[in-house]
Design a protein around this ligand. Structure first.
Ligand code: SAM
Length: 282
């Protein structure tokens, strides 16, 4: 099983065969993230990497949690204030309490969500991501963001690309090194969705607590299967080129339209932003 709707494709044997591909001896970001979020799907190597990261960047756990809150706020904003009913969430992570479909379908039960990740542990937990409302639909694609055409072709089973889509890239682009052209990947995704679509990004900042962030990234890159590349506010803003940034622009995640004013001062070493694809001015 490499792509498609889990409900159609998965059997218990297939789940077992996926689980067999999981290597517990090397840390993987999906499991490290699960450890930081207080989940239970991680191994010793993930906990060691997670603790070593926190030793170098003590705000890490608060930052990860505030980024999840940013996910909920941005998806509710798009569903509630901008009428978006379709979401493509790439780099989904191991399911937690507030996934994209829960946020979107909490506002509009008919929302359709396609999840994408390349980690077998996420695939093994994909059922939790597919607990759609009766009116909506969820699907899971096992794919790498560096293959956007594959993702878009598979997602077209569930998403109608003639209608606006919210493209959600939450804490995933840092795993695409510059040589794999992450800005070009984002451009290809946004070229496929129609005007009225939105892009949501969160990304670790190389220019907030710069020394601690650099030390954390260096250590994680020694311990994890995936390599992490923090980026500056300028480089993160460049992902939104040719799109129209929603106020307040690219900002620390807790400062993006906080539910309560006091939440804006929450700890975060992540840049976040939302932008709309608009028709070219005539
Ligand atoms: C830091 S976690 C973020 C999870 C979730 N989006 C969040 O914000 O809590 C990064 C996720 O991206 C996935 N990922 C990393 N590199 C990827 C790639 N090249 N293609 C697809 N997913 C990737 C990892 O497996 C992991 O689940």
């Amino acid at each position: 099983m490499t792509q498609g709707d889990w409900r159609r494709a998965a059997s218990a044997d297939q789940v077992r065969s996926v689980v067999r591909t999981i290597d517990p001896s090397v840390a993987h970001i999906a499991r490290v993230q699960d450890y930081w979020l207080g989940g239970k799907d991680h191994f010793e190597a993930d906990r060691v990497a997670g603790d070593e990261a926190v030793a170098r960047l003590p705000d890490m756990v608060a930052s990860v949690r505030n980024t999840r809150a940013f996910l909920g706020r941005t998806v509710r904003f798009l569903a509630g204030e901008r009428g978006i009913r379709q979401f493509l969430d790439i780099g989904t992570g191991i399911p937690t309490a507030a996934n994209t479909h829960e946020a979107a379908q909490g506002v509009a039960p008919e929302s359709r969500i396609v999840y994408v990740d390349n980690d077998p542990m996420v695939l093994a937990h994909a059922r939790a991501l597919l607990a759609s409302s009766a009116e909506g639909r969820c699907a899971y694609i096992d794919a790498d963001i560096r293959a956007p055409e594959k993702i878009l072709a598979a997602a077209a089973d569930v998403l109608d690309f003639r209608q606006p889509v919210g493209v959600v890239l939450m804490a995933v682009l840092q795993f695409v090194p510059d040589e794999d052209q992450p800005h070009e990947i984002v451009r290809r995704l946004m070229d496929t969705v129609p005007d009225g679509s939105y892009l949501v990004i969160s990304h670790p900042a190389s220019d907030i607590q710069a020394a601690a962030m650099a030390g954390m990234a260096t250590r994680l890159n020694q311990l994890m299967a995936q390599r992490v590349k923090p980026r500056s506010r300028e480089a993160v803003t460049a992902f939104f080129d040719r799109l129209s940034l929603v106020e307040p622009g690219v900002i620390r995640c807790p400062e993006w339209r906080p539910d309560r004013l006091e939440d804006a001062s929450g700890k975060s070493t992540m840049w976040g932003g939302v932008a709309e694809k608009r028709p070219p001015a005539v």
